[in-house]
Structures are given as C-alpha cells and as structure tokens.
Design a protein around this ligand. Structure first.
Ligand code: ZN
Length: 496
C-alpha cells in the first residue's frame, strides 16, 4: 500500500487529536506497558492488550513496519504503586511458598496463554525488568550525573521539584506539583526521601529482600517506573512514536517515565501517548486491588459468582472492541451476552463472504456499486479516527446487511462489477479478521460430532445400507479416523 490514509490519534499528552506522522517514514516504534506477573490475567489486563493489538495490526495492515515492545514487569512493582510497599511478586512468592522467579514464570505463561486465546499477536519484543538491570543502573547513573537525582542511604531518588523547575511535570496526568506536595506534606521527613513527591529510581534492599542486585549504591532493586524508560530507550531509541497503556498508569508511572527520560536523554520519550479507559463494574473500576475483578479464565469457564455463564475468548474480544478504547467499558452479563451474539453474526458473515465466488458476467448497477464502496470506506473511517473500533463495528454491520442480501438473493452479485465485488469481500475479511482480529472459533465438541456420526453409521449398518456405511467410513478415513467394528460395539480410533 503506497498511499496511506491519514490517521488521527488522540494524544493524551497534548489532549488533542493529532494527525499521526511517524518519526521515520514507514517505520513505527510503539511501547506499551505490559502486566506485572503476580496473578492471573483479568479484564483490566485484557483491555490494553487488545486495544494496542488493534493499533499494531492496523498500522501493519497499512504497510508500516512496526516495532512493538510490550514489557513484562517481574520486579520493582510495589504494593499500592508506592515506593515503600512490599514487592508484589515477592509477596505472592511468600504466600505460595515459591521462588519469585517461579511466580514470574507461572503467570507469564498464564498471561501468554490468555493472549493467544484472545488472538492478541505477540509483540515484536517482550523484555523483562530483571533482564535489564544493567541498563537501568546506567540510566540511574546518567540521571544522577545530570543532577536530577540524589542518593540517600543506599537508595536513589528522582528530584521531582528540581525537574519541575524547568520542565512541565504533571502535564500528562494533569497533576499539579504544589498540590501533590500539599497532600503529602505531613509525610515529609519520613524515610530516605527529601520530599514525598520524589520517587525511587533504585531502592536499597532490606536484608530479607530476596530480589536484589549489586549496584554502585549497594544491593538493591530498580524502581518500577525505571524499567519502561530503560527498555524503551534500548529498543526504540530516545524518542519513539507511540507510548500506550491503561489510564491508571498515567500517574505516577507514565509521569515518572517522562521525567526520567527527559532527565536522562534530554527529550520527551514518545510523540503520542495513548491511554485506554478502565473496565468498570457497577460504575467502579475493576481491579485486582479492589477485589471486584473477573479473571479471563473465569470468563472463559463461567466460574465466578459475577457470571451467569461462560463467554468464549472471541466474544470477550468483541465485547472489548465494541467500545472505543477511550470510553469506559462497563461489565455486565447482559453486555457480554449481547457481544457473544453479535460476534456470531459477524463471523457468520465472514463464512458467507469467503464462500462468495465472482459471477461470470455482470449487469452492473452503478448506484449499488457506489453504495458498497461507501460502506467499505466507512469501515476504515472509524479506524482512521483514533482507532474507533465501536464506529468500525457499526459500519461492518452495515456492510454485513448487504452481504446477507446477496446471500439470500434479495440482491444479486451480478449487479456489482468485479472491482466492487472484490473490494466488498476483501474489506469485510480484512477488517473483521486481520484488523479487529476476530476469528472463527473452532467448535470445541469434536467428540460429540464424531459420536453423532457413529450413531448414523450404526443405523446404516443395522438397515444394511452398505453404500451409506462405506460413505461414512471413507469420510472418517479422510479425516484420519478409523471406525472399529468390535464384538462389544462400534468405536473409533486415530488411524495409526
Ligand atoms: Zn511502564
């Protein structure tokens, strides 16, 4: 694709919708904050993953080369996102009587398995915080050299007040430093920080702390915000195109990332900041810390008191995509059931449109062709306007209405012309399957199908309908299955 459409992105940093212009033509760098792997993935983890999966897919579809980095946080994320709580992973390890790295492996694999079910593409690079300790130490040294941090009793803190003196600290999250200082004034003088608004770049490890590394300041571990700055710089450069994540990460995480990167590299890290909104339940944020969350595996199996029934991974993906990523997404069984039904309509459309074959002759109706082209354009208009999947899905349904009319012969494909026919087919498949990432879910109950066919086989045999018997045998054989007629009855086995 040579001529790329203009895409608008709502930039959280400038609070404006801006035309997307990559730093390097044809090449896009994108960094998204991934999960802290200390528990099972839940809806709050799935939303950013799916949101940025669509961004990744669409940019690639348009012909951009995208380097998509999504990290795994496996150290340094402390309770309450604070500088003094217990490490979330170490805490979980203690609870489960495992090594922290066993927890990391367990939940990284669980996360990957959920992502696969949701048809979320793997990022180009998936770096871990523990794998980049050297880079993080180097970044701390450089921030110290530049005068924006100080060492205190084996820990290193970022000097927020000094930074804010010459930089717009708080611009992303809309926080005002004075208010932050005011709110936490009575905590002043506690611990090793000079000011409560300062944040840890490196923390001294208490003697009982298992996750520790040597550093110029003694044994310790990196602050949570630091990994993303160090790893995005390493893999995408000092300045890259898109930085994404959930809205709850804006402060302190992303605000701190910006401060660290500017203090180290003297430039803002990302050109566009994108934040997906929260998943809510009865208007309240769904979060692990609030205990009102549903894990993805509970959704897939229906095993949570909040759920009336299980919902398939693709129904959940559809549920997430039917809302624009900047809107809140309210969880309810009604909404999920609605999504499950709508998803099936879209997929039935996919099966129909893939089976359409080009007519041999045409009696072109120009008005109809124009209408189809407009419907196809509209599907992309939604995507080009800040990746608005809600609008796109609406237009996919408009296109589907036409497709169904052709399917039921209310309209005839011969009234199109070849380019229009091909565009309709291509657009539906591309948007649904390749960009929204909605795919047909295999029917899981294969056994039930096989048993049903075996019953037909038994009936045919009993009625001595040998042509039918042979037909069923041949069909089974073509699928690598042999029917076994035994004294004890009929069974099947894989052909050896
Ligand atoms: Zn991050």
């Amino acid at each position: 694709m040579s001529e790329k459409p203009s895409i608008k992105i709502y930039n959280t940093y400038t609070r404006e919708k801006e035309v997307f212009t990559p730093l390097l033509e044809e090449h896009v760098g994108m960094y998204v904050c991934g999960p802290t792997v200390y528990g099972e993935a839940h809806l709050g983890n799935a939303r950013p993953a799916i949101t940025f999966d669509v961004v990744f897919r669409y940019l690639q579809y348009l012909g951009y080369k995208v380097r998509y980095v999504r990290n795994i946080t496996d150290v340094g994320h402390l309770e309450q996102d604070s500088d003094d709580g217990e490490d979330k992973i170490a805490k979980r390890a203690k609870l489960e009587k495992l090594e922290p790295m066993e927890i990391v492996k367990l939940y990284t694999e669980a996360y990957h398995s959920v992502m696969k079910k949701l048809n979320v593409k793997s990022p180009s690079i998936e770096p871990t915080a523990t794998g980049h300790i050297t880079e993080q130490i180097e970044m701390v040294e450089s921030i110290l050299r530049n005068g924006y941090a100080y060492e205190s009793n084996g820990s290193v803190y970022f000097d927020v007040e000094k930074y804010a003196g010459s930089n717009p600290y708080g611009k992303l999250s809309g926080r005002v430093l004075e208010e932050l200082l005011e709110a936490t004034r009575n905590l002043e003088g506690q611990g090793d920080k000079r000011k409560s608004s300062d944040f840890a770049l490196w923390k001294k490890a208490a003697p009982e702390h298992i996750m520790r590394w040597n550093s110029p300041w003694g044994a310790g571990f990196p602050g949570w915000h630091l990994e993303c700055s160090a790893m995005s710089t390493k893999y995408l450069g000092k300045k890259f195109d898109i930085h994404g994540g959930g809205m709850d990460l804006m402060f302190p995480h992303h605000e701190s990332e910006i401060a660290q990167s500017v203090a180290c590299n003297a430039c803002l890290p990302a050109n566009y900041w994108m934040h997906n909104n929260m998943v809510t339940i009865n208007g309240q944020k769904m979060a692990k810390s609030l205990g009102n969350f549903v894990t993805m595996n509970q959704l897939f199996t229906g095993s949570n008191p909040l759920l009336d029934r299980p919902y398939s991974p693709m129904a959940v993906r559809y549920f997430i995509l039917q809302a624009h990523y900047r809107s809140t997404l309210d969880f309810s069984n009604e909404a999920l059931l609605g999504a499950a039904k709508a998803y099936k309509k879209v997929i039935n459309g996919l099966r129909i449109v893939k089976k359409f074959t080009s007519p041999e002759s045409w009696q072109t109706d120009d008005a109809l062709c124009q209408e189809i082209h407009k419907l196809c354009d509209a599907c992309f208009d939604g995507l080009n306007d800040d990746f608005n999947t809600a609008i796109t899905i609406g237009h996919v349904f408009n296109l589907l209405k036409k497709i169904n009319s052709f399917y039921t012969n209310t309209l005839s494909l011969t009234h199109l012309n070849e380019p229009t026919f091909l565009r309709m087919q291509q657009t539906y498949v591309d948007v649904v399957e390749h960009i929204l990432g909605l795919q047909e879910e295999p029917v899981e109950k294969v056994d039930t199908f096989v048993e049903g066919l075996l019953d037909l086989y038994k009936d045919a045999k009993a009625q001595k309908q040998y042509d039918k018997v042979d037909k069923i045998r041949t069909y089974f054989k073509s699928e690598g299955i042999v029917i076994k007629d035994m004294k004890t009855g009929v069974d099947w086995a894989y052909e050896e």
